[in-house]
Design a protein around this ligand. Structure first.
Ligand SMILES: Cc1ncc(COP(=O)(O)O)c(C=O)c1O
Length: 464
């Protein structure tokens, strides 16, 4: 047995592979990563079109961030969260330069799931006796009890079977124009998906908060019509309910501005983020509240905390990451490349029958893969995820053979490259994707129906 094979066998024998049955788990061994590329044991190079899990926004081997982490490690790797320390002061100072006005009190954890967990306690204590949270089906909010319960995708079903969910979460219809749950067409729909939330709040009773990913992440890169989030903000205000924005994936310039909510000038009462917060160099989760909520906890006990809350090493990556984002955006590269990416993805949509909808914003795109463009019949459904090899898995596997990493979901491919990617690298990825998509084209029904370009329609109608 080769040494590499032995190491992999030891790894799969002694560790749990995530979100899968363990049999047959054969992860690819990655030995190095730099910029927008990663390298396997045979030095094969893979272009990263999904920023790993939509988190490595600044690419790999960023010197400024690495140096800051090393400096902090040498100085003080850990101190209990009850103590004050410089890494927190510096992180808060950097974050206040990018957090929307009005949001200014932070809780630091180490993941997006934990950030959602903290948000649940905060909102339920603040809104007591109201406790219900309205989320949406096309959503993911994490792997812990609160995150799983807020999640609309099939990961919640498994968490429910394991009895690891909480009560008091209900689901609103999705803002999903390609498959509108009301069978309506934008812009004649009166944004029924938002109006229905008003109906839900009034009918449900005891509602404390509405929780949304402002641009839906894993479950579709769904960009809402321009009226949607401002309307939701108003509905929340009129009903005395909090609006919580989970920007774990959509934050940190993935959609253009620092925060996706800024596309529509909406400010939530609680903002949740993680991932891009440090460019994924260290694990950080962040729950941010308004001053009004913060004031409530002047007398109320904040019944939350972890050993690793405010972890100095984790927090040390925040100030350099914030600075690197500012520097990068000032070059104009991400703004230019996102337009180019949009053009190239629309070209793919024109060429491939299997793409039902190419949609997105900034560096955050979905190719929705369908068997039949005319009927929108999918190759796979939500229930298929984790149960078998899906068409999107097959396309992603073919792309890997060609040296392109693209994350598959059950119905879409996640096109979310690092913000540092160049036009030439986009061309390299599109060329490989073009070839990989032929797998699905061969099994798709060929029709005269063009792709929808729904994002383009929104852009024309709105101000994005
Ligand atoms: C919107 C959103 N919220 C929460 C999470 C959970 O974050 P983590 O995996 O860091 O726990 C994710 C992860 O993908 C996410 O996309």
């Amino acid at each position: 047995m080769t040494e590499a094979k032995e190491r992999l066998e030891a790894l799969t024998k002694h560790t749990y592979g995530v979100w899968r049955a363990q049999r047959g788990w054969q992860p690819l061994f990655i030995k190095d990563a730099e910029g927008v590329y990663m390298y396997d044991e045979n030095d094969k190079r893979y272009l990263d079109f999904s920023s790993q899990l939509m988190c490595s926004n600044l690419g790999h081997k960023n010197k400024a961030i690495i140096e800051a982490i090393v400096k902090q490690a040498e100085k003080m790797s850990y101190i209990a969260p009850a103590f004050a320390q410089e890494a927190t002061v510096n992180a808060v100072e950097a974050l206040l330069t990018v957090i929307p006005a009005g949001l200014d009190k932070f809780f630091f954890s180490t993941s997006g799931s934990e950030a959602n967990e903290a948000a649940l306690k905060i909102l339920r204590q603040y809104m007591a006796p109201n406790y219900k949270v309205i989320s949406r089906y096309h959503s993911y909010h994490g792997t812990t009890a609160a995150g799983s319960s807020f999640t609309g995708d099939s990961r919640r079903w498994y968490a429910e079977r394991a009895r690891c969910t909480i009560e008091g979460v209900c689901f609103a219809p999705d803002v999903y124009c390609y498959r509108c749950p009301f069978s309506l067409n934008y812009p004649d729909c009166n944004i029924q998906c938002a109006e229905y939330v008003d109906y839900m709040i009034k009918e449900e009773g005891n509602v404390a908060a509405v929780l949304v990913e402002p641009v839906v992440g894993t479950n579709g890169r769904i960009v809402p019509p321009p009226e949607y989030l401002p309307r939701l903000r108003k509905i929340c205000d009129e009903n005395g309910v909090l609006l919580v924005a989970d920007e774990v994936m959509s934050g940190w310039h993935r959609t253009g501005p620092v925060w996706a909510v800024q596309n529509w000038n909406v400010i939530p009462d609680i903002l949740i983020t993680a991932k891009g917060c440090t460019g994924a160099y260290t694990p950080v989760g962040l729950t941010v509240t308004t001053r009004k909520i913060a004031d409530y906890f002047e007398e109320e006990i904040f019944v939350h905390g972890h050993t690793y809350s405010f972890h100095p090493l984790a927090l040390s990556a925040i100030p350099p990451a914030v600075a690197e984002y500012k520097k990068l955006m000032a070059t104009g590269l991400p703004q230019r490349v996102s337009k180019y990416l949009e053009k190239r993805l629309y070209e793919l949509e024109d060429r491939h029958q299997c793409i039902g909808d190419a949609r997105g914003i900034g560096h955050f795109w979905a190719l929705e893969i369908v068997k039949n463009r005319k009927t929108k019949e999918p190759f796979n459904t939500k229930a298929d995820k984790f149960r078998k090899v899906l068409m999107t898995d097959r396309i992603a596997a073919e792309a890997m053979k060609l040296g392109l990493y693209v994350a598959p979901w059950y119905d879409t491919l996640v096109i979310a490259p690092p913000l540092v990617i160049t036009e030439e690298q986009i061309d390299e990825g599109i060329e490989k994707l073009d070839k990989a998509l032929e797998i699905a084209d061969r099994e798709a029904v060929h029709t005269d129906t063009p792709g929808t370009r729904s994002a383009e329609a929104f852009n024309k109608a709105g101000k994005i």
